[in-house]
Write a protein that binds this ligand. Structure first.
Ligand code: HSE
Length: 495
């Protein structure tokens, strides 16, 4: 017991929050005692002990909100509208004490109490028990969260970019301060996936996580598949409907999914994985023809965030491979049916087997739902004691380079249609140790235009091969004299 701590519960007498916690021993069963923090003294009526509920007796927990955009507005609304339920679930009222915004005079949703708005975010975090950060961006979010942690507040953040870039700084600070840091909303919005991976599967060994974790790109690819539209048109439609930002770069180039992949990989494999460790390829190169061909071969194209543990052996090195790229997913796989802007995360674990988590990956209320769940967890710890999980990095697995990723491929190419060409192409694959699973020579192109006379289209599906071998193969095939062009190279996942 550190010097100066309460002899029963171990609480330090100092600190803003801790000062307000009462510690007393209440009779539970004959011969046993339990410690209740924050409860009012025991009242006795006709020989019975009556203990007021914790919610009635615990001082309110002060919640500070950083950011009042689409998500922040909904967090503020839910904290107000569900105040009674939340108090009962936590055991103390949750009091929203301030909302930090850049411009307090800007128009706001009617759900936001304007008297709570402040432009002094740094001052606000100093007077909170729980700080909720939904402002996004690296700074000032990082500095504010560190300040909140140092001041003894638990923090809840939806900031995937910050966590993927510099999560360990925050985790270490929270650990040193003995406060919670929760971030369910940072990955796949409303879908509970951080808690299941971090806690529910803590007794298992995760092999692989495959996620559709970006709603914008899933909407775009789904529209391309259902309407035959090209990428640009589908992106414009997503923007018109409010799914895509005016600048869709973070989504279509895979940055958003890569940040989420880094967070999931860190949790699943107990290894620090940062954004820089994630091999990333967006959807900009996906054509209407690719999508049409995918359908003809029983696949759909999805932007996948993939994190997998490789045990090494004949087909590759041991370590963790984390990547984001478009992939052909067989229509029989559960991820193939994740339509529109929905998200889903498919987890393969040694004992649990296959699990899929599905739902809304973005949007104000869905994301606020995940934020509020974290607020309740952190608040319960304030009332009842205890602490959420810390960062777990004991495994320290090596992060594999993109070239070590092992997967199946579908390669489409235009070749001269004469005897011996297929044999030359097959020879080039064999020379690089890439095994062919199937070859098709369709008579018409996927998008229904007819092949040029004298030119044949080949569609080669390979067995699993390391990316380095596949790249070398494709380069060699492209150099062959009868090969006109390599039209596309797509990975096949989930088969
Ligand atoms: N822009 C993201 C998406 C939501 O489209 O899913 C926030 O991560």
């Amino acid at each position: 017991m550190p010097a100066g701590r309460h002899p029963t519960c171990g609480h330090a007498p100092g600190g803003r929050t801790r000062r307000r916690i009462l510690c007393l021993r209440l009779p539970r069963h004959p011969g046993t005692t339990r410690t209740v923090r924050g409860a009012a003294p025991v009242l006795t009526t006709r020989g019975r002990s009556v203990v007021p509920s914790a919610a009635e007796s615990h001082p309110p927990l002060r919640v500070a909100l950083l950011g009042c955009g689409v998500v922040g507005t909904q967090v503020a609304r839910l904290l107000t509208e569900q105040a009674d339920d939340l108090a009962s679930r936590v055991g103390a009222p949750l009091e929203l004490v301030g909302i930090a915004v850049r411009d307090a005079s800007a128009p706001r949703d009617a759900a936001v109490d304007r008297s709570l708005l402040t432009e002094d975010a740094a001052g606000l975090v100093e007077r909170a028990d729980i700080v909720v950060e939904v402002m996004g961006g690296t700074e000032p979010a990082r500095s504010l969260l560190l300040r909140a942690i140092e001041a003894g507040a638990a923090v809840v953040t939806a900031n995937k970019a910050l966590l993927a870039e510099d999560g360990p700084t925050l985790y270490k600070a929270a650990d040193a301060a003995g406060v919670d840091i929760y971030f369910e909303a940072a990955v796949a919005g409303a879908i509970p996936i951080v808690r299941p991976v971090r806690e529910s599967l803590a007794g298992d060994r995760v092999r692989r996580v495959l996620g559709i974790v970006n709603g914008t790109t899933n909407y775009v690819l789904d529209q391309m598949a259902t309407t035959g539209r090209g990428l640009d048109e589908a992106v414009r439609e997503a923007q018109d409907l409010g799914y895509a930002e005016a600048d869709p770069t973070a989504d279509v180039e895979g940055y958003d999914a890569a940040a989420k992949a880094a967070i999931l990989a860190s949790l699943a494999f107990h290894t620090r994985v940062s954004l820089d460790d994630v091999a990333r390829e967006g959807i900009l190169a996906v054509t209407a023809d690719d999508v049409a061909w995918a359908a003809q071969t029983g696949h759909v194209i999805k932007l996948l965030a993939i994190a997998e543990r490789r045990d090494g052996g004949a087909t590759g090195e041991a370590g963790v491979s984390v990547r984001v790229h478009p992939a052909l997913v067989p229509t029989s796989h559960p991820l193939a049916n994740v339509r529109g802007s929905f998200n889903a995360v498919f987890v393969e674990a040694e004992s649990a087997g296959e699990l899929m988590f599905y739902g809304r990956g973005a949007g104000g209320a869905p994301t606020a739902s995940a934020v509020l769940g974290d607020v309740v967890s952190a608040a319960r710890h304030r009332v009842l004691g205890g602490k959420g999980p810390q960062e777990s990095t004991y495994a320290e697995l090596p992060i594999l380079p993109p070239s070590a990723a092992v997967t199946r491929y579908q390669v489409r190419l235009d070749v001269e249609d004469r005897p011996g060409v297929l044999a030359q192409v097959a020879h080039a694959l064999a020379e690089h140790g890439v095994s062919i699973e199937a070859v098709r020579q369709p008579t018409a192109r996927g998008a229904a235009d007819v092949a040029e006379p004298g030119v044949a289209e080949l569609l080669i599906t390979t067995h699993a091969a390391p990316e380095s071998a596949l790249s070398a193969t494709v380069a060699a095939v492209a150099e062959l004299e009868p090969v006109r062009t390599i039209t596309s190279v797509l990975r096949v996942e989930g088969a």
